[in-house]
Design a protein around this ligand. Structure first.
Ligand code: TYM
Length: 339
């Protein structure tokens, strides 16, 4: 079993990333000793340059994201934690896969449509080919499982399509070059929504900081953001069906359930009939309780830049060693002379 996943170091790690993905990264790492799995987690810094950005911010956010991941429980001695650009085999394989990926497949990607918007002519080529790099990220390491939130599902289906077509076109059936990766998505927290708009996902790029809870927010900020979170005037229903058509209420109850590791039904059994005046403080306290140890550790870790760079250096070395044999197989399958 080979577990591979990535996160863009474009801003703060937020509660959506944590509940949708990072918490599963940690669980899979902790189970790896028993399952014999190898976990590789990386910062997708090459993906981060597909949209306008500030280089100094990217540098700072990359180190900050390493500190945040370690604070969440990723252990660089047990998992391989690295930066995508320090493992050039990812970008190299992307070029090889560009020959297999089809324009039509990329044109259908919802992230491309959303982020390019109406200005497709002005979007970067990197934004268009972004999913091919994402396919290379997982295929170069022969990933079997990829823990992600729901928004990455389409990109992983594309990675499977690319792997399948490459194997079909260039390898024999009994010796495929690439393993087909499985997305691993936990349904309860697959999509955490913005605190300001129940139909937009919580995102690093939302201009309003009030829309998300950052893993680095202090207790006062968290309580304040939850108090101000958009809701409706009705009390909470006593069963799940009553949340239909109430996206903001459903989101807050979902966050409570995910953090308390309860079902939505159990949360409603406890809070059904209560107004948000009672529910929001309870939710705020739960978020603070779960996040404050992570926050404290993050503040400590981010000070030691040399230690963060050493983690990335060691991780990249291990990741390169794992990637090279697959990359060589791909070159060979394509008939490229390596001398
Ligand atoms: P990114 O950086 O946007 O998000 C990192 C992880 O967090 C999940 N996530 C969420 N889950 C639930 N609710 C939300 N509101 C929410 N927002 C984000 C994402 O699904 C993701 O799992 N393209 C990827 C990074 C990437 C990658 C890869 C992932 C690059 N290569 C290879 C997996 C495998 C991205 O931008 O994630």
């Amino acid at each position: 079993m080979r577990i591979v996943s990535g996160i863009q170091p474009t801003g703060n790690l937020h509660l959506g990333n944590y509940l949708g993905a990072i918490r599963n990264w940690v669980k899979m790492q902790d189970e790896a000793a028993a399952s014999g799995a190898q976990c590789l987690y990386f910062l997708a810094d090459l993906h981060a340059i597909s949209m306008p950005y500030d280089p100094a911010d990217l540098t700072a956010n990359t180190r900050g994201m390493v500190a945040a991941l370690v604070a969440c429980g990723i252990d660089p001695d047990r998992s391989i934690l690295f930066n995508q650009s320090q493992v050039p085999q990812h970008a190299e394989l992307q070029w090889l896969l560009n020959g297999t990926a089809r324009m039509g497949w990329l044109n259908r990607m919802t992230q491309w449509k959303d982020k390019a918007g109406k200005n497709r002519e002005g979007a970067s080529v990197a934004l268009f080919t972004y999913p091919v790099l994402q396919a290379a990220d997982v295929l170069v390491h022969q990933a079997t499982h990829v823990p992600v939130g729901d928004d990455q599902k389409q990109h992983l289906e594309l990675a499977r399509d690319i792997a399948q077509k490459f194997n079909n076109d260039f390898a024999s059936e009994d010796a495929p070059v690439f393993t087909l990766p499985e997305p691993y998505i936990l349904p309860e927290a697959a999509r955490i929504m913005s605190l300001r708009n129940g139909s937009a996902k919580m995102s690093k790029s939302d201009p309003s900081d009030m829309s998300r809870i950052n893993m680095t927010d202090d207790a006062d900020t968290i309580m304040q953001k939850i108090k101000k979170a958009k809701t409706d005037p009705e009390p909470l229903p006593s069963d799940k069906g009553g949340l239909e058509g109430r996206p903001e209420a459903a989101n807050l109850v979902g966050i409570y359930a995910a953090l308390a590791e309860m079902t939505v039904g159990d949360v409603l059994a406890q809070f059904g009939g209560e107004g948000f005046g009672r529910f929001k403080p309870a939710l705020g306290e739960l978020v603070v309780e779960k996040l404050s140890p992570i926050n404290a550790r993050f503040l400590e870790l981010r000070e030691d830049r040399a230690a963060l760079d050493a983690i990335l250096h060691k991780g990249a070395e291990k990741a390169r060693a794992l990637a090279v044999p697959t990359l060589n197989k791909a070159y060979e399958a394509l008939g490229l002379v390596r001398g």
